[in-house]
Write a protein that binds this ligand. Structure first.
Ligand SMILES: Nc1ncnc2c1ncn2[C@@H]1O[C@H](COP(=O)(O)OP(=O)(O)OP(=O)(O)O)[C@@H](O)[C@H]1O
Ligand SMILES: [Mg+2]
Length: 224
């Protein structure tokens, strides 16, 4: 699974270059507000949220920032597998405890320098309720004090409220869509749902763009 970290494995590839461009765009996306927390979401499953989140977090860490990646997909989070880390203690478990006293036990180092991971944890019966809790807000506030950037990997917006709820807790939201996969009306609905709750949508990443002379897919960042 480690091979998905294209930014680390093949830093000269066009996908890695595209991820670095997205990082730069986010770094300069807001002159007035310091952007520290970024949620990656999409319309439906499989568009590449986890792939983009993990690579974006790695790209920020390579810039010498202290970065935390949070797996906010409490339903089927898989970032722990990508980084080969156990998931017995993750976000869902932490949100049931004392976040202030216990968060250090839950945040794990990854093999990437400067990059820590908070895995999703045991699948809870009430993911959106947990994400919507005051405790989750408090946790993010505490974590913001310890990291330069926090990247949150979310669930799709279609049919679930998890990412809508999370979007209110972060500085910027990035929406991923995939070529020949995401339908335009799905993407429009996602944007509307996010805007309805006042989320700050930084832009849309068009993922899985086939390249002519390469087996890799490209990513392009489109201003909204
Ligand atoms: N740009 C890319 N290049 C190559 N493979 C990619 C790219 N983006 C995504 N993938 C692959 O597509 C699959 C789905 O990606 P991913 O798991 O990141 O989607 P997701 O949006 O997080 O899905 P879910 O909603 O189920 O969590 C994975 O196997 C991933 O490795
Ligand atoms: Mg995912």
């Amino acid at each position: 699974m480690r091979s998905e970290l294209i930014v680390e494995k093949n830093s000269k590839s066009s996908v890695a270059e595209a991820i670095r461009i997205i990082r730069t765009n986010l770094l300069f996306s807001s002159a007035d507000k310091k952007v520290k927390t970024i949620l990656v979401t999409s319309s439906v499953s499989g568009e590449g949220k986890s792939f983009i989140s993990a690579n974006l977090a790695t790209a920020f860490a390579q810039n010498d920032y202290k970065v935390l990646l949070i797996d906010c997909d409490l339903r089927k989070g898989r970032l722990h597998r990508l980084f080969n880390i156990t998931n017995d203690k993750g976000l869902s478990n932490l949100l049931l405890g004392d976040v202030e006293k216990e968060y250090k036990e839950y945040v794990k180092k990854t093999y990437i320098h400067n990059l820590h991971l908070l895995t999703s944890g045991i699948v809870p019966p009430n993911p959106s309720e947990l994400l919507d809790s005051n405790k989750n807000q408090k946790l993010l506030e505490i974590l913001k004090g310890h990291y330069d950037y926090i990247i949150c990997d979310g669930t799709p917006v279609g049919g679930l409220t998890d990412s809508i709820v999370m979007s209110k807790n972060v500085d910027k939201v990035v929406v991923v869509c995939a070529v020949n996969y995401t339908k335009l009306d799905q993407l429009e609905n996602t944007k509307k749902s996010l805007q309805n709750v006042g989320a700050d949508v930084a832009g849309v990443i068009v993922n899985k763009v086939p390249e002519v002379h390469s087996s890799y897919y490209g990513n392009y960042y489109v201003e909204n």
